[in-house]
Design a protein. Sequence first.
Length: 322
Amino acid sequence: MSLPAEFALIARHFRPLAGQGALDLADDAAVLDIPAGRRLVIAADAMVEGVHYLPDDPPETIGRKLLRVNLSDLAAMGAAPLGYLMTTTFQRGVGDDWIAAFVRGLAEDQREFGLHVLGGDTTVTPGPTCLSLTILGTVAPGAVLRRAGARPGDDVWVSGTIGDGALGLRVLRGQVPGDAEGHLASRYRLPRPRLALGQAIAGLARAAMDVSDGLVQDLGHLCRAAGCGAEVEADAVPLSAAARALVANEPGLLAGLLTGGDDYELLFAAAPEAADDLRAAAGRAGTPVARIGRMVAAAPEVRVRDGAGALLEIAQGGWSHF
């Protein structure tokens, strides 16, 4: 007797992704050993076609982005990856070649980040395609990074560069000039989870999270968790060469870069005296960091100042799912 179509698809595409504990995807659940002396960290994110990725994005990048945005949540907690569960609800009519390419992308990132699929579910829908992933990681007791904990006077830091993801989406939509195969489009399609940095700054950062919905909005989350405000120096926010060139030609783009989302960089607060140790830790992690402002004794809101110290008007803090 032949396998039903769903199980044949799982065997053909997803079973090769399975690792230890997944039981060859042949049972109803995985059985996993947690390393001794570690705590379990769990997070989940979903991606919907036309909302979180473009319908004509290469399927290889869609699977990788799905995994990476979840790995970014682990990075924000200072955790190391352990494995993941995935639910794929493909739009009816998605071809086998598309699914094969989606899985190839996942396999590539599994090798890069050192984890495997543990199980999940596969089904179809009239549309659009909906993809959900639950990530599992581990962290040493006492080394968990949390959103709460920042204090007035703390420095505010970010990793990498800000705004590339938002600009990449605009490039792919033809709204700003750029190469669909270039740096900005790649940063939208393939974020870079800062796993090494998250683990390196444990014990140095007082509060942390990843920037997914826009720098201003996400810093606002840190403010509310701390019960204080923050001031950002717009000129200190790190931009890539590609983003800086676009802003030079159209200065009005800057506000969009501070609120656009899809950065998946780490945002964290730390005492000023920790600055040298933070830079050293970031160097060991191979990730650039920049001080962009400070927490202040004020209402829990974010103010952005230009190079002359004047407040910039920010119409909307960032992305909203509703």
